[in-house]
Design a protein around this ligand. Sequence first.
Ligand code: FEO
Length: 402
Amino acid sequence: MTLHAIPIAPKVYWVGAVDWGVRNFHGYTTHRGTTYNAYLILDKKITLIDTVKKGFEHELLERIASVIDPQKIDYIISNHSEPDHSAGLPEVVRVARPEKVFASVMGQKTLARHFGDIGCPVTAVKDGETLSLGDRTVAFIETRMLHWPDSMFSYLVEEQLLFSQDAFGMHLASAERFDDELPWDLLERLSSDYYANIITLYSPQVAKLLERVAASGLSFKMVAPDHGPVWRDMTRFGRMVENYKKWSSRKLIRKAVVLYDTMWHSTEEMARYIADGIVAGGVRAEVMPLGSSTRSDVASMMIDAAAIVAGTPTLNNNLYPSLADALTYLRGLKFGTPIGAAFGSHGWSGEGVPQLKEYLASMGCEVIGEVKTQYVPDAVTLTACRELGIKVAERVKQLIPE
Ligand code: FEO
């Protein structure tokens, strides 16, 4: 028995690996696992597009071997040097002994920094350059900073098949290989999570790339990313492109995220009243307790939120560590959330809320209010919390008219 390659187009196969069990992808909680997609093109020059994460090389090689002897591979194209797609490269080169590896100009450097001499020359290709495989041609499209400096797309011209590395991907381990075998709602949610956590920071580049591709007149019959299913329903893919336009333009809705952690339930109690006030003010509230939500869950929720209301206990003269973790992550992603507010309970010194306000300001939020309390919130404090929620909602509605 062997693992098999899956045909996706004439003489083109998916030969990747399914990582059913991964739940921590460099700190991003992958609730549904992921795949590391690689693709094999059979032509006069047999070509492999990308490899897999270290430890999954055997799965890749076994799938390739179900179609051809891996030693018949002539070319490997590395669209993206991040280790989930390249750490298997040295082993695949050792087994396959290809003639050449191709990568972008930055990819050539990045592969060298990661792996040193991989045992095969790496040829740099430029934006717009083409490579004949014999009967078919690959065109390279540089996508620098989407989302690494080395990133590029490869386009198999005759099949109108785009190998898009991370773009249009999602973390989903599934037995199905194509988008039309899976529910749209699942694909949309996981794509949104992926965009929020991996691509948000590079939204200006996404907007430019979408314009560039539209202007190029390229058409697509299929889009094959490095994670999740292959897009072959182009109506669905068109909807996903519209989502990318929406996410990259930071189109916000009337939604506020209430993010908090708690030690003895006081800050939690405050969060309830704030959320109640937000809803009473006519805005959607999403409450994210950090005791049961990961930083990437919060990022997913932030993709279209107009406000963030953060709550923390004060612990040892500081905000609670989980808040520092989540807010550092959100700050790095540069969501540009316009409105912020802070709340929290403390025992004696009360540094947590001022520190939260500094975080929110450093994220670019206009901090429009705070509620602090000592130990346990009384009725006056809880009323103030609800009023803060209403104030946040009013500000959101001002910013986002119906
Ligand atoms: Fe899937 Fe940026 O690596």
